[in-house]
Design a protein around this ligand. Structure first.
Ligand SMILES: CC(C)(COP(=O)(O)OP(=O)(O)OC[C@H]1O[C@@H](n2cnc3c(N)ncnc32)[C@H](O)[C@@H]1OP(=O)(O)O)[C@@H](O)C(=O)NCCC(=O)NCCS
Length: 148
């Protein structure tokens, strides 16, 4: 059965922090050096996660009531997408992405923008995103997808 999507609340901070940490440490090294993944994973603190919950619109994907992944948007920008490793490869990330693209389209956004990490770039390119600029100094890849 598909995931249920709900808006995150401040109480989700610890759970979403852990999903992000595990997703980066366990999944990202399939497409980037493990040291880089470790540096990325530790860049965000729990306080930083709580701040993200205040700044971004964050959606949680639940499978049987268990948080399996989450994604953040602000305006026309996808600010993050993470799937807990134990739920990887089951379409959780794709379904969150598609749901957020539909929401953005519905609120008048013409094109969704994101900065893909090198491990996830192919994931986005296979889902209709195109490269939209040179690699950033932090090593991310600007990408965009036309919604209309
Ligand atoms: C990118 C990410 C969100 C995908 O989540 P997901 O729920 O596994 O995605 P889906 O099941 O919808 O699709 C799985 C895709 O990831 C690939 N994949 C990567 N790692 C995988 C794993 N451990 N198990 C299964 N599939 C994996 C599959 O090949 C598949 O790609 P394809 O369908 O384009 O061929 C997840 O791998 C993740 O959290 N990665 C670490 C954090 C990250 O890079 N986030 C993006 C930041 S820009």
């Amino acid at each position: 059965m598909g995931a249920v999507h709900r808006l995150a609340t401040p109480d989700d901070a610890t759970g979403l922090f852990e999903i992000r940490r595990k997703a980066i440490l366990e999944l990202a090294p399939q497409g980037m050096p493990a040291g880089e993944a470790k540096a990325w994973a530790t860049k965000l603190t729990l306080a930083g996660m709580a701040q993200k919950l205040r700044e971004f619109e964050i959606w949680v994907a639940e499978l049987d009531g268990v948080a399996a992944g989450w994604a953040a948007i602000r305006g026309d920008t996808l600010e993050g997408l993470y799937t807990a490793p134990e739920f990887a490869g089951r379409g959780v990330g794709t379904a969150l992405l598609e749901m957020l693209e539909r929401r953005m389209r519905g609120s008048g956004v013409d094109a969704v923008r994101a900065e893909a990490s090198s491990n996830a770039r192919a994931f986005y390119l296979r889902r209709g995103y195109l490269m939209s600029g040179p690699q950033t100094p932090k090593g991310a890849w600007p990408i965009a997808k036309q919604l209309r």
